[in-house]
Design a protein around this ligand. Sequence first.
Ligand SMILES: [Zn+2]
Length: 293
Amino acid sequence: MAHWFDLGDVAVVPLIEDDRLLIEPGEFFPGLEPDLADWYAQEPWFDRATGKLVFVIQSFLVCSADEVLVVDACVGAGKDRQRAEFDQLPDRWMRQFRATGVRDVDAVVFTHLHTDHVGAATDQRELVFPDAPHYVVEEEFRYWSSEAGAAAMRRTGDYLADSVLPIEQAGQLSFVAPDAVVGKHAELVPAAGHTPGNVCVRVRGSAGTVLLAGDTLHHGVQVRHPELSTRYCVDPGAAAEVRRRLLTEESGAVLLPSHFPAPSAGRVRRSGFEFADELVRGGQFRYREWVGS
Ligand SMILES: [Zn+2]
């Protein structure tokens, strides 16, 4: 299902690499036994047949008439990865990017440097967008370059070497503050916890605002139980604190977490997570037609 989000003079376009990645609840959230009567244990959040949580792997284009940002870069094609679902993927990301008709990208923004957020920015260690600065919070890069980061990457394989260091070596990794303005319609929002330099990206258009929440929320179960951090959060306590703050301070705002099932964007309600269908436009986004409209 191709779709995009209409914010008036800004379009947010998901590039979906995997629309249904199934993961055991206990792998992500140790000890979690889903309450099958609750909303997060129903479709589209939960696959009843296998008892697994449903995740999406996606990144976003933030398009306006004179600027295009890429926010995050999925797993990427042709990479050696230990998780079978990430290993040697076909070039689905690039095919979707090309289909939008976008030619020039002004900047790439990394919410954090996990393997499912950086890969498509390089192809065989060559930069896919060699003229664009690639923004990341310095603390994030320092952490993954440290011994602690190397230890954390034993589980995934050293994706930093093949997917992030080439950007740094090309002089295109650009360190920014966790509250930096990164485009005409986009600013970072500090959210350290899941990783040390983790951020969200607030995108403001003439007809709506969304918060690209990255990995501050991974799954609906955390809307229900904000105290639940994942096994992969570097600082689980801080991640939970950030999530509570987000769910409180951004109540009423449209959140667009990276891994929520399509269409992913919505508002937190007492009854669960209500998808923001009013912003969703169906069909393939075509940049030049949209700019001309
Ligand atoms: Zn992720």
